[in-house]
Design a protein around this ligand. Structure first.
Ligand SMILES: *Cc1c(COP(=O)(O)O)cnc(C)c1O
Length: 422
């Protein structure tokens, strides 16, 4: 391995995706060039073309007002269709299995309403002990809303003692042991803290063997890991659009409903936008669900919050998921080799195997959390944007759409300086 900036710059020069970086706005660093942005797991950079998509909506609103619903350049009534198809292509499922709506936590609550159906002894929801707080709050309040005690019905799986990551074999073992109590398994595609990517098809098989349904939170997977979602056999999935999808803060999120659940008798919390389009504006009293995932929509599309997605999907189409993944794995391997060679005190807790990680690598910097925090602060004061999670984890994600090998090299160099300075 050649550990020089020169080598990193050469790798970037031969990267077939290098031109895509120019399609994004990279934040400045105190007027002296670009910051080192490695925070795509939290908020992806703005595609420059997003502005045009948002402006188009604003212009239509300004010029046509209510007529924009039917006569906008992309009419707002069917705006959804322009989003579901490219999203489904990215996820590897069919367009009618995708609804672009609301935000992630809202969609999770809605999917729980439809897919968590406690009956008899089967009342438990299995989550990971280290679940993202919003997911935990959603599930535990949902259980309470059913009149159930999370103490009895929230089943949490921890990593083995001394380990950071949960092994799929332990999920299988738990479901074999206690499967009859489990109504639903809710699992992340990529764990937000450790960056571990799970074998979701394996988890779905184990859940279904136990007689439970399974939903995936793909917040850290969409735009990061390759799917095909159709092969996972998930009953439902939810995600947000502002992390690796780069659609901006609070951008409209999405959900997936497997076609075996398309029956309009599936219980749901409905609104008029989920009513079939043909008779929606006749204002009928009886709700008739639209075909597929679209029948789970409630409100009319948040067009302004969804418009950047069009720019985003376009970039993913240009890049191609296999090429992005190839670059992502190469960036991660380069990163891990540099850390091992130059900063032995830092430990990467993300699994090294390609199948078990996406773009994000999570670092623990030595044994002293106070010092680790100072290191992180120093990085922030020196033009590096990554993030910190208690008690002592620095999350770093080279996003293959806009990051390169030189970004990774410069990060490791800054980290080395930070370690010396603190
Ligand atoms: C980012 C993230 C969320 C965020 O929820 P919002 O409803 O978009 O605010 C929820 N769950 C997970 C696992 C996440 O990574």
């Amino acid at each position: 391995m050649d550990f020089t900036l020169q080598h990193a710059v050469e790798l970037d020069a031969t990267d077939p995706l290098r031109a895509l970086r120019e399609c994004f706005a990279v934040p400045r660093w105190a007027g002296e060039g670009s910051a080192i942005y490695l925070c795509g797991h939290s908020l992806g950079l703005m595609p420059l073309a997003a502005r045009e998509q948002v402006n188009q909506v604003l212009d239509d609103w300004a010029q046509m007002a209510v007529r924009g619903h039917e006569h906008g350049r992309r009419p707002w009534i069917t705006y959804h269709d322009a989003l579901a198809a490219p999203c489904a292509e990215l996820l590897g499922c069919q367009a009618d299995e995708v609804a672009i709506m609301n935000s992630l936590s809202v969609n999770l609550q809605l999917m729980l309403a439809s897919f968590y159906r406690p009956a008899g002894r089967r009342r438990g929801v299995l989550i990971e002990a280290g679940a993202f707080p919003s997911d935990r709050y959603a599930v535990s309040t949902h259980l309470q809303w059913h009149g159930l005690e999370p103490r009895d019905t929230l089943i949490e799986l921890e990593p083995r003692t001394g380990e950071d990551c949960v092994q799929e074999a332990d999920i299988e073992a738990l479901l074999e042991r206690r499967g009859e109590e489990v109504a639903l398994v809710l699992w992340p595609g990529v764990q937000y803290l450790t960056g571990q990517a799970f074998d979701l098809a394996r988890i779905a098989r184990a859940a279904h063997r136990a007689g439970a349904l399974v939903g995936f939170d793909l917040a850290h997977s969409v735009g990061n890991m390759p799917f095909p979602l159709r092969d996972l056999e998930a009953d439902f999935a939810v995600w947000c659009s502002y992390k690796y999808l780069n659609a901006g803060p609070g951008a409209t999120a999405g959900c997936f409903v497997h076609r075996r659940h398309f029956s309009t008798s599936r219980p749901r919390l409905a609104g008029w936008w989920g009513h079939e389009l043909a008779s929606r504006f006749d204002m009928p009293h009886a709700f008739r669900a639209a075909h597929g995932a679209a029948g789970f929509q409630l409100s009319n599309q948040s067009v302004l919050a969804a418009a950047p997605l069009i720019a985003s999907f376009d970039l993913f189409q240009r890049a191609g998921v296999p090429r992005l993944r190839e670059k992502s794995l190469a960036l991660g391997a380069f990163f891990a080799q540099l850390i091992d060679a130059r900063i032995p005190e830092a430990r990467i807790i993300t699994p090294r195997e390609p199948a078990a990680r996406g773009a994000q690598l999570s670092l623990r910097i030595g044994a002293n959390p106070q010092r680790a925090r100072r290191v992180f602060q120093w990085l922030g004061e020196h033009g590096v944007l990554c993030d910190w999670r208690e008690p002592d984890i620095i999350r770093v994600a080279p996003a293959p759409l806009y990051n390169g090998f030189a970004d990774v090299f410069r990060f490791v160099e800054r980290l080395e300086q930070a370690m010396r300075a603190t």
